[in-house]
Every structure is written in structure tokens, then in C-alpha cells.
Write a protein that binds this ligand. Structure first.
Ligand code: VGL
Ligand code: ZN
Length: 200
């Protein structure tokens, strides 16, 4: 099989765009460049953050905890977030300007109450797979190009996992925006570069 690249579009959902429950500054600015990239990409996959109402990554589901505090979970430290991307709500929908019809596959993640999933490949325990690796490998994909939200969380974790799974990885930072929590953006950029990921 010849080398094939796939565009992986991370979490371009209403709750991560302006006015959303976990709005990323400039979030909707990623849409135009992503639509353009999807138009010229043979394979495009969308990820969709997809949480039940009682998800344990929500601060509201922990007693006397505020958003952006850290808690210990059985799988390690977890940031507590404002409730977001709740299954079946408009906040969980893709942004209406995203040309979702150009993608062949949607991978949902974070649907188990007790575990978060930043990466589109593995949940935060780093072992529970989403099935995306099998999909990409069975389509002959060897290079993964990443764009979307948020650069320092779901894009970052997906990029690191893709690299560990043996893909060549490119992150299109112009088509990403970050949350930037306590230096998380700089940390993510250096970790990706140190891992050998091409951060454009
Ligand atoms: C994300 C925090 C919580 C993301 C998802 O898409 O980067 N961040 N859930
Ligand atoms: Zn989430």
C-alpha cells in the first residue's frame, strides 16, 4: 500500500467555540483553514468530545470543587472542567460552519462516566482504545495531520499517541487554538517537538 495521510480534526464543537461552555479563545477561527484542508485531503476524520451529564471530568460532579482544579483519579491527575459537550446537547454538536460532510468518519470519545479522553486514540488511562488506530491502519494511513481544539489538550494528546502508534505526525498550529492553563500551551509545544512531531 502506498503511503497515505489522513487529516484528523479535533473537537470543532460549539462548546469549544465563542459562546460555548468551555470556549477556547478564537476557536471558530480554525474552521476556514480546516474546511480547506478537508477539501484536499483524501481521508478526513472528525473527533467529537461526547460526555454524559454525570461525567467525572466536570467540576459540578464533585463536591466543593471548582473548574480548573486538579483531582486524583484512579488513572492519574485530572483537570476538572466546566460541564461541556454533553451528549445530545447543541454544545456537543459540530460548529455549523464546519463542513462535516467532507469527513468519512467520526470518532466519539469521553463517553464513559468515570474516565476522560483527551486523545482521539486512547482514553486518559492511556490503554482504553477508541478504535481510531484500527480505522486508520486499515485504510493504509501512515501520516496523521492534526488540527482543531484545543491545541494544548485534545490535539496534543492525540498527537503524542499518534506518534507512539508509529504514524508520522504533523500539527497544523495555524488551524488550532489553545486553552493555555498555567503554561499548558508552552508545555505541550515543547513536549510535541521533543517527541519528534512536526509542529508547524
Ligand atoms: C478538551 C478539555 C476537556 C479538548 C476536551 O477538546 O481539548 N479539553 N475536554
Ligand atoms: Zn471534554
Amino acid at each position: 500500500m502506498t503511503a497515505t495521510s489522513a487529516l484528523l480534526v479535533i473537537d470543532v464543537q460549539n462548546d469549544f467555540c465563542e459562546g460555548g461552555a468551555l470556549a477556547v479563545a478564537g476557536g471558530s477561527e480554525v474552521i476556514a483553514p480546516i474546511n480547506k484542508m478537508m477539501e484536499s485531503s483524501e481521508i478526513s476524520v472528525l473527533s467529537q468530545d461526547w460526555h454524559p451529564e454525570d461525567h467525572q471530568s466536570f467540576a459540578t460532579n464533585h463536591q466543593s470543587r471548582n473548574p480548573y482544579e486538579l483531582v486524583d483519579m484512579p488513572y492519574g491527575q485530572q483537570v476538572l472542567w466546566p460541564a461541556h459537550c454533553i451528549i445530545g446537547t447543541s454544545g456537543a454538536d459540530f460548529h455549523p460552519d464546519l463542513k462535516t460532510g467532507l469527513a468519512q468518519m467520526v470518532v466519539r470519545k469521553g463517553f464513559r462516566r468515570e474516565i476522560d479522553s483527551y486523545s482521539a486514540f486512547f482514553e486518559n488511562d492511556k490503554t482504553t482504545p477508541t478504535g481510531l488506530d484500527g480505522y486508520l491502519k486499515s485504510r493504509g494511513v501512515t501520516t496523521v495531520i492534526l488540527a482543531g481544539l484545543a491545541l494544548d489538550f485534545c490535539v496534543y494528546y492525540s498527537a503524542i499517541d499518534a506518534q507512539a502508534l508509529g504514524y508520522k505526525v504533523v500539527v497544523e498550529t495555524d488551524a488550532c487554538r489553545a486553552i493555555d492553563l498555567d503554561g499548558s500551551l508552552d508545555a505541550a509545544l515543547s513536549a510535541m517537538r521533543n517527541a519528534g512531531i512536526h509542529v508547524k
